[in-house]
Design a binder for this molecule. Sequence first.
Ligand SMILES: [Fe+2]
Length: 207
Amino acid sequence: MAKKEVPAARQTTINAQPRLHQNAREIQAYGTVSHALPLELEEPVRLEMTEQLNLLLADTMTLRDLYKKSHWQVAGPTFYQLHLLFDKHYGEQIEIVDEIAERIQLLGGVSLSMAADVAETTRIERPPRGREEVPVQISRLLDAHRIIIGHCRQLARRASELGDDGTNDLVVSDVLRANELQVWFLSEHLVDVPLVQAEEPDVRKAG
Ligand SMILES: [Fe+2]
């Protein structure tokens, strides 16, 4: 009697072991965009916008981390309010990071993501590992905001010129305006006003 054939699918041994340590070539190189997407935005436009958005992303990720560093390391009589304020801004920057990164992917590009790549790309000065005084912490944060805000204004204008209204809207409505508001909240802490007793009017005149 002839042997009964076992179907090919049943010959494979079923094994619950996950396939670990897999490796393969990248499916898309950094700095490229998908060739054709139904977005009515040409490839060169998407290339330029994703390159600029990656710079904005690297700076925003750096600012986000600068806020967490400041939240942990702050000291002094305003500790509690600044500890909370820095963490609030950190949370808002996390959301901005995600929006920028996903805009890059949506445009067919590849978002920066890892700390080492961010460190190589950002224009924000690297702070020391140690703790600094409150006015120095706030000055660093304001300098970082200034870099981001300046870039936002240029990028928004360029996106508009190229017809990329989505990027223009993201940069103005979500990045620029949030950064402007955070600058206000920070910079008011650097106004030197008396904490407990107002200065005498005649003392001011004499000075
Ligand atoms: Fe915390």
